[in-house]
Design a protein around this ligand. Sequence first.
Ligand SMILES: Cc1ncc(COP(=O)(O)O)c(C=O)c1O
Length: 365
Amino acid sequence: MTKKPKPADVIQSLVSYRPNFGKNSSKSLIRLSVNENGIGCSPHVKEAIRANDVSLHRYPEQQDEELINSIASRFSINPKKILIGNGSDELIYLLCTAFLNPGDEAIYTEYGFLVFPQAIKIAGGKPVVAPDSNYTVNVESIISKVTPKTKIVFLANPNNPTGSMISEKEVSKLIELLPKSVVLILDWAYCEYVISGLSDAAKLVEANDNIVMLRTFSKLFGIAALRLGWGYFPAEILEILHSIRGPFSVNQLAALAGRVAVVDTAFQEESVAHNQFWMHEIVNRFNDMGVKTLKGEANFMLLDFRDTNGPSARNVAARLLEQNIQLRDMTPYGLPEMLRMSIGRSDEMEQFSSSLRKIILEEAR
Ligand SMILES: Cc1ncc(COP(=O)(O)O)c(C=O)c1O
């Protein structure tokens, strides 16, 4: 028998998470599939990158203090509790590596972000799904899944891909009922888009030794290409993550862009206003077309094609793609009759809505 290297058992059983995003270099693609910033990124970030003479032969700072201080003053929080990472994805993986022994359980919610189970499995843990109620996180259902083996609970709020959000009261109930030995990961990737009713996750971190908050520069701050995220951690957890992270995971350009993006509040406000406008406007247009949607609190929403008189989600997605418009297939999330749409530029939204209108008329079942 020929001998060959064999990956770890947990790795062999993984299904890789590689959604088809379409080519990001294609200017003609209307990409409404990845929850990016609909209006791009701050012009000041582009200027700063153009103007900066980055020393390419130098390693970046291990933790860019200027960036950390800018984040801390923008959100009035303690710089000593911040850790930056190569996207919040990196921090998700680090947390699983840090807290899961083989066979330990980590809970995530039904229709939760698929990176969560991936990171849990890679760390050797067992993903446990807590069923939602009506596409919304259900705190009691999370608590009912807690066992002595539970080490981590993931809560994305608003949740991706459903777009739904749970109230401050519900988050407080979760904190109260969860054993203090469990790390509660508050993934607030879309929090900047929420107008009201979302818990102040930083305050919750400050008040609890088992709670962490994750944030990203990929959404409202519009620099997904550079991979930059950050987290807010109790001192002991921060120390653990520091000891296992790769020292140079945030590159110089990402740190530079982050420093500029975080202080450009005018661009942030413009992004929120654009998002608010189109989240309302597009629902009105969908209503006219008879397309059902789930209420979304972030920069995306689910379109629901379960109605058997209308076209199927698969058909709509394929027809849109023929016109270079990409929505996200929800089959990997167990929602094959739904599509996720994120808010793009205004001209893209116009083109998308007129294409969809035509498809709905032509494809009625
Ligand atoms: C809920 C949630 N968490 C984390 C991320 C990852 O963000 P980043 O680009 O910072 O890795 C995403 C990206 O889509 C997300 O939807």
